[in-house]
Design a protein. Sequence first.
Length: 127
Amino acid sequence: MLGYSHAVDNSTTVGSSEVGSGSVPVFATPMLVALMESAAIDALRDKLPSGQSTVGTKVEIVHTAATPLGMTVTAWAELVEVDGRRLVFTVSAQDEAGPVGEGRHERFTIDLEKFMSRVEKRKSYND
């Protein structure tokens, strides 16, 4: 491990039909991805210099088991590689019955002011 590890818990209440990713009443894959991203963000909390943040740029996961709604899912993120501004995490998740997903997630550090300036310029593209 090159950095920090962090876990987040989530009591699953958002099913696939609520987020448009299916019609089965189980914990939605997009919510699993969001939970894993949240773990990566939390792993960096209070570790970045003032004025910096991170943005997600890549997610590669497998959702290996269905979690019934109402069950708690815990996601972990471990920083395993730092390449300049690029941060690579291994991510995993499990519910009370066992593993439900794993993969990799990449984030880039950004200067928040410069980044938001570019975002504002994109807003004017349609004007």
